[in-house]
Design a protein around this ligand. Sequence first.
Ligand code: NAP
Length: 251
Amino acid sequence: MAISFDLAGKVALVTGANTGIGQAIAVALAGAGADVAVAGRSPADETLAHIAKAGRRAVGISADLSSIEPVERVIAETISALGRIDILVNNAGIIRRADLAEFSEADWDAVVDTNLKSLFFLSQAASRPMVAQGSGKIVNIASLLSFQGGIRVPSYAAAKSGVAGVTRAMANELAPQGVQVNAIAPGYIATNNTVALQADETRSRQILERIPTGRWGRPEDIAGAAVFLASSAADYVTGQILAVDGGWLAR
Ligand code: NAP
C-alpha cells in the first residue's frame, strides 16, 4: 500500500486561522492539496491569500465561537462553498491568566465555552456529513495543559484537559463510521497566545531551559502533524493526543 499525505480533492475547515497556529495549519493543508475554509471572528485575508497562492480554493466564514450559536451555519457554509467537508481542525482558542483566588467566573466561562464547548459542538455538526460519507478527520488543538496543570491558567487547563477527554470520547464513537479524531498538543509556540509569557523574562527563560530542542516553537512546527493526521496515512490513528513540543513532556 502506498503511503499518502496527499489531500487533493479534500475539503478542510480550520477555525481561528487568521493568525498563529491556525494560519500555519490552513496554509499547510492547502499546500498538501486541500481546499480550505477558515472560520473566525476576525477577517483572515492573509491566510486566504496564501491558500489561493497554493492554487486551492479558499473561503472565509465569519463566526464568533465564544458560543455554539454559529456551529451549524459554519458547517453548512463550508459545504455550500466547497461541496463537502473531509477535515475539521478545531484550533480557535483563548487563554486567561489570574491567580486562583482572583479567578473570575467570566474568565472560567469564556475559556471553557470557546476552547471546549464550541469544539465539541462544531465537531458534532461536522461529524454528521462525515459519517454520511463514511470518512472524515477531526483534529483538535489541545495543549501541554491537557497533561499538566500550568501556572495561573485554571480554566485553560480544565478546557484543554477536557479537549483530551472529548477527543477520545468522539474517537471511540466515530471509529466504526470511518471518522478519526485526534488532537495535537503544541508546546510553547511564539504566537499572540503566549505574548505575556514571552514578555515575562523569568518565565520565558525558565520555559526555554526546559525545552530539550532549545527554542520556542513556531506555528509551522505544528503544521506537519496536522497534515499527517488529516491524511490517509493516519487512517489507523485515532483517539491520540500527539505532543509537538520540542521534547518538553519527555523531560
Ligand atoms: P492566537 O494567535 O491567539 O490564535 C488564536 C485563534 O483563535 C485566533 O485566530 C483567534 O481569533 C481565534 N479565536 C479566539 N477566540 C475566538 C472566538 N470567540 N471565535 C472565533 N475565533 C476565535 O494563538 P495560537 O497560539 O495560534 O492558538 C491557537 C490554538 O493553539 C489555541 O487553541 C491555543 O490554545 C492552542 N495552543 C497554543 C499554544 C502556544 O504556545 N501558542 C500552546 C498550546 C496550545 P482572533 O485573532 O480574532 O482573536
